[in-house]
Design a protein around this ligand. Structure first.
Ligand code: BG6
Length: 482
């Protein structure tokens, strides 16, 4: 038993990135600004700002990012050296349709991804492609207030049709929207490229503070996702289509029934509502009461119910970084996270950005979600954001990152033994990229270091960290040698 790997032989080990945090070349070869290109750099304590125009002298981290656009061959070669079997990446919508509603796609943009997919193929690395990862063409956002408008659905579906047709022989796994449930909270709505102004037309440069509008935008994304899934299956029945949830796992702060109930309600609304719609093709029953109590009225077209039913995804994917607790806690005991926060858990430690580290929580979530849907699952983001030190001899001894990943992979292995049908794991930011929440470079996740700092200075030179060699052996042993 011990010699046989717990993970299936076909397990998709790999790494994950997103175009706006990785590619750079924000206005090259026909590409125009995306929502992410209008976000300034920030820090742990200073939020990123959204600007309506590019301000002179201000640092916009996505503009160059770490320049995958010109380094893709070198980076993919390094991924191959680690033994990657998969690579999760996103396509920048504004590289294909620079304004979002153009009549014809931008050939240079399509060509770039042809090159990337060909390079991946050379090494037998399976692409897992996110169609919209926290960005949309900025012009659409200005024109329609983005996903507040139904018009976005048609633009998105046209974009999908273009890329499904073009890449039908080289891409099998697609994810319609990154962390679709992020729209539920104000800060998530802009960062997700979903909204620019609130329902009174007010532009606030860090968040969109209208629950009604956020849920309406989310509904439009559900419909767009379902249409894309249906279309994808028509274009190529072998396509595997996935949802992607920002899983914010919250334990009840005590075993007091009220605390446990609060944790359940939060799990339903923050996590399950979105995946219920995408996996089962309909809103869950608990949504009715939630909408009533929060005065949310979703405008639906007559055909929406049928569309949602016809566009159920084939697999469930999610990001998992941290957990928190929900219920009665003293004020000031809050903890942080990517989009969703909560209270601190006295049993857990946190990283420098206050994200609490909870490997067992990953096993819990895998079991919890699989029990509900019984469809294949993928962990498409997981990792430790940390400050790395480059030693004098150039080495980077990121043992803390190895510990984090080892502990999480061990729990994944337990979940597989529990019976969960887990088909892949792509570690987040497998090469150092820009942080989505803060815009920093100092918050690093990679196995590969990139020489660049928070202000945008650096040679962009790639070098291997200690974790690079460790992850290589993990993949070689199919997750046995941790
Ligand atoms: C997820 C996003 O929420 O968390 C990624 O999908 C993001 O885009 C990742 O980078 C980690 O968050 P951060 O803020 O540390 O980059």
């Amino acid at each position: 038993m011990n010699n046989i790997s717990v993970f299936p032989e076909s397990f998709l080990w790999g790494g994950a990135t997103a175009a706006n945090q990785y590619e750079g070349a924000w206005n090259i070869d026909g590409k125009k600004a995306s929502t992410a290109d209008m976000m300034t750099g920030g820090t742990h304590t200073i939020p990123r700002r959204i600007t309506k125009h590019i301000e002179e002298g201000v640092h916009y981290p996505s503009h160059e990012a770490v320049d995958f656009y010109h380094h893709y061959k070198e980076d993919i070669r390094l991924f191959a050296e680690m033994g990657f079997r998969s690579f999760r990446m996103s396509i920048a919508w504004s590289r294909i349709f620079p304004n979002g509603d153009d009549i014809t796609p931008n050939e240079a943009g399509l060509q770039f991804y042809d090159n990337v997919f060909n390079e991946l193929k050379k090494y037998n690395i399976e692409p897992i492609v996110t169609i919209s990862h926290y960005e949309a063409p900025f012009a659409l956002t200005e024109k329609f207030n983005a996903w507040a408008s139904r018009e976005m659905i048609e633009c998105y579906v046209r974009y999908c049709e273009t890329i499904f047709t073009r890449y039908q022989d080289v891409v099998k796994y697609w994810i319609t929207f990154n962390e679709i449930n992020s729209l539920i909270v104000p800060a998530g709505a802009y960062i997700a490229g979903a909204l620019l102004v609130d329902d009174s037309g007010i532009f606030n440069n860090t968040a969109v503070d209208s629950t009604q509008l956020r849920f309406q935008a989310l509904h439009h994304q559900f419909v767009a996702s379902a249409k894309a899934v249906k279309l994808a299956h028509e274009i190529n029945p072998a396509f595997q289509m996935g949802c992607m949830i920002n899983y914010s796992h919250g334990y009840g702060s005590t075993c007091k029934p009220e605390d446990m109930l609060k944790a359940l309600r939060m799990d339903q609304v923050n996590n399950m509502l979105s995946s219920d719609v995408q996996v089962r093709g309909e809103y869950p029953d608990f949504a009715r009461r939630y909408f009533e109590e929060n005065n949310i009225h979703i405008e639906m077209a007559e055909e929406d119910e049928a569309i949602l039913k016809q566009g159920c995804v084939d697999f469930y994917s999610f990001s998992y970084y941290k957990s928190h607790v929900v219920g009665t806690r003293p004020e000031g005991d809050e903890t942080q996270g990517n989009v969703f926060g909560g209270f601190k858990n006295p049993y857990l430690k946190a990283n420098d950005w206050g994200w609490q580290i909870d490997p067992i929580g990953l096993r819990y979530v895998l079991n919890h979600v699989y029990d509900r849907y019984c469809i294949p699952m993928m962990v498409v983001e997981n990792g430790l954001g940390a400050v790395d030190v480059v030693e004098e001899d150039g080495s980077i001894n990121d043992t803390y990152r190895i510990d984090f990943l080892r502990d999480h992979i061990e729990q994944m292995r337990e979940a597989v033994r529990d019976g969960v049908n887990l088909i892949g794991y792509t570690a987040w930011g497998c090469i150092d990229i820009v942080s989505a929440s803060t815009g920093e470079m100092a918050k690093r996740y990679g196995f590969i270091h990139v020489d660049k700092d928070n202000e945008g200075n650096g040679t962009l030179k790639r070098s291997k960290k200690q974790s690079f060699h460790w992850y290589k052996q993990v993949i070689e042993s199919n997750g046995e040698n941790l």
